[in-house]
Design a protein around this ligand. Sequence first.
Ligand code: BGC
Length: 338
Amino acid sequence: MSGGLRQQPREAPPGVVSSPPMSRRPSVRTAPPRPTRAIGIDVGGTGVKAAAVDVTTGDIVSPRMRLRTPQPSTPAAVVETIGLIIDSLADQGFADPDVPAGAGLPGVIRAGRLMTAANIDKSWLEVDARAMIAERIGREVVLVNDADAAGLAEMTFGAARGRMGTVLVLTIGTGIGSALFTDGHLLRSTEFGHLTFRGREAESLVSGAARERRGIGWKRWAREFSEYLALLDWWFSPDLVVLGGGVSKEYAKYERWLTSRAPIVTAAMLNTAGIVGAALAAAMGPAAGDSAAIAPGAEDTTVGGAGPAAGDARAEGATGAPSAGAPSAGDPSAPIDM
Ligand code: BGC
C-alpha cells in the first residue's frame, strides 16, 4: 500500500464556477479517428509483399501477396510491382480506395523520398517515391524505413510487446536494418547496419547475404555478430535485443555461439512484421516513418503503451520465443497468396 500524496479535489471559492479537474490530457479535438484497417507494403531485397491488416490486433485480414523484387530494382519497376499487388488485393475486395497504405522501404526516409539506397537501385535517390507509389495505387501512402516498420510491429504485437526501456530490433537479411525504441518511442532511421565494424560497414560483414557471400559457417558468423552486438551494447545499452529478418529463422543453428549482455529474443512476427509495421505506420500517419513530416500536434510513434512503468526494464526478463517457418518463394509472374 502506498501512503503517497493524493490529490484532493479542491472546492471552488464562492462565486467561481468549478471546472472538472485537469487530471487528463486535453483531448486532441482535431485528430480524425484512426483507421482500424490499413494496407501494409514491404519492399525487401528479394520480395515485395503486401496485405490488409487490422491495426488494432495486428492480424492480417486479407491474403498475403508477394512478388519477386524486380531486378534491377528501379523505382518504376518496383512501383509497378506494388501496383500489381494492390490491384490484386482490390480485386479481392481488400483495398478499397479509402483504406490507407504504408510502405516499408530499405533506406532513410525523408519527406517521402529515400535518402540512402544501399540495397535497392540507386535511382530511388532521384525520385519522389511517395508521389510515385501514391499515384500508382490511387491513395496516399506513408513511407517508413523497413526495419522501423518491423520494429513497430514487434513492439506493438510481437516479441517486444509493451516493453519499456531500450529495445533494439535488428533485421538481418540482405542488409542489416535497425530500429531503436526508448520507452516505446521510435528513434527513426538509425541504420546501424552501416556502422563501422572491423573497419568495414557492418552489414557488408555480418548480414545474412554477407555470410553467404563470404562462405562462413554459423559458428564464425555468430562470433563476429556477437562482437557487433557488443559494439551496439557499448553505445546504446539495450535492455532487450530482438533479432528479425531471414537469419533469425536459423536461430537454433547459431544460438550456442551468440553472446550478448542484453537478453536476445527472436522476432515473433517473422514473415509479417514488415507488412504489419507498414500498416501501423499508415494508421499512425506520416510521423511514424518520415522525420520531415513531423509537425506540432502530429501523432508520435509511441507504441507498446500497456507495458510496465519506465525504469529498470532489465528486471523484467526476456519475452517471446523463436518463431519457425520459412517464407514461400515468389511467383515471378503474378502476385501469390503467401
Ligand atoms: C538499409 C536499411 C535497411 C536494411 C534492411 C540497409 O542496407 O540501409 O535502411 O533497413 O538494409 O533492409
